[in-house]
Write a protein that binds this ligand. Sequence first.
Ligand code: NI
Length: 176
Amino acid sequence: MAVLEILEVPHPGLRAVAKPVAVVDDSVRKIVADMFDTMYDARGIGLAATQVAIEQRIVVIDLQETVGEGEDAKAVRTPLVYINPELISVSDETNFYSEGCLSIPEQYAEVERPAACRARWLDEQGEAHEGDFDGLLATALQHEIDHLNGVLFIDHISKLKRDMLLKKLTKMRKAA
Ligand code: NI
């Protein structure tokens, strides 16, 4: 188990464009395992390799959705791996989610994105897949693919909102 350091804004590494994974081998599977350790440790639902200073196109997601109600409610882990993920198409219909990011701690903003998308990717064995995404998973996948291209969720909001959010982050860091 290895928990990696997560880069935070304004680290320039977050603006790097990651390179495609050439061969899905044990070294890639080790990165995937470390990324899950890091994401669960930070209580996140998604992580892109660029956030841990690895410039390869690797994404892990686990929405850890709650199953059951009341005392029986518990978050169930469903780890998902996307290597070299690519959007094939996106819906015209959009929706808004209050997005956060482990690289922009404790800051949230409503981001508008296509409500659904179709993507292709490789799994941990190097097998190719194609599939349709909607709901929170579509949002999470688009957010993480953005990271691989050096794009952050704050790039999707107005400059006014972005400046306010970054100011709050600076204040929070000073208080810590
Ligand atoms: Ni993020």
